[in-house]
Design a protein around this ligand. Sequence first.
Ligand code: PMP
Length: 368
Amino acid sequence: MSSRRVPLRPAISALPVYVPGARPKVGAAAYKLSSNENPYPPLPSVLAAIIDAASDVNRYPDMFATELTETIGAELTQTLSPEAHDAKGDITAAQVVVGNGSVAVLSHVLEAVVDAGDEVVYPWRSFEAYPIVVSVAGGISVQVPLAEHGRLDLDAMAAAVTERTRVVMVCTPNNPTGTSVTQTDLLAFLAKVPSDVLVIVDEAYLEFVRSDDAVDGLAALAAHSNVVVLRTFSKAYGLAGLRVGYAVARPRLAAGIRAASTPFGVSHVAQQAALASIRAKDELLRRVDSLVEERARMLDGLRAQGWDLVDTEANFVWLPLGERTAACAVEASDAGVIVRPFAGEGIRVSVGETEATDIFLAVAAGWR
Ligand code: PMP
């Protein structure tokens, strides 16, 4: 018998490890502020839809999530700016591709357009799945450092586009720094990027944005055929555990993304929960309003302690602690709040329960 081993693709052997936000130890009383989750449990109406759908799990789900994609299309059409609607009309189900969380949809987008050796440009630091999904798709990561205060450097990103660039990813608000780009800047950026380079606008935290001139990926999509918008039910809609996200693109690209997708990738339970969440949208978005208020309380509290922080538009706050990151995270955990350390860089703290904010503020005061 030969002792030769099955080789892994070099790109896979070299992958950075995705470190998920730590969970509280079983039985420990701790608040989990490490994964930008929604602290609210499912609404009774959403839970009822989940329970109802569970009785069908011996069957495969609707592979094309017909009702869900149609409903998302109709919902998004309601939110379109009049100019975007005039330009391109309704958002149709053919433009919506759902997947097992927006991170899976992102993989499928890349698999649909990236060939071996193509370059994918994105900001760094940003969502830690980016380098992984790029490598798995066979692409080469081109990481563009953030500008001051954790902001995306769109000029440098446009300058990083070469003949070999196939995709650019714009994360707004950016995970983990929370900063967002403006629509004016996004449109100026799109004007500089060739129309055969795909621009993915990752709007995972869109519902938490309150700034003027906020990014409107759907308006950008109405004006530019090379835009794909990524959204998720994991954050504002509180369905992280059921894994539903989606892409919105022009029909030809959407069909390509669908072709690259895992068959039956979104369970019936998840589809029904997403539909119930859309029906309960007003109530869920009121919860988002409360979280935005809690975010302001956390930011104000930290600034009152003397922290120099940029505004965050997401459901988390970024504390640049540098070399003190790990020690501060341990102290927070000992105090009962689990945060997300990025070694040597800083801590990302999700906005959750008010008690959790209070505990974290008490910890942070000691690190000024
Ligand atoms: N994009 C960004 C910027 C994120 O932070 C996350 C989750 N951490 C995702 C996408 C993926 O979310 P999901 O797969 O749960 O939809």
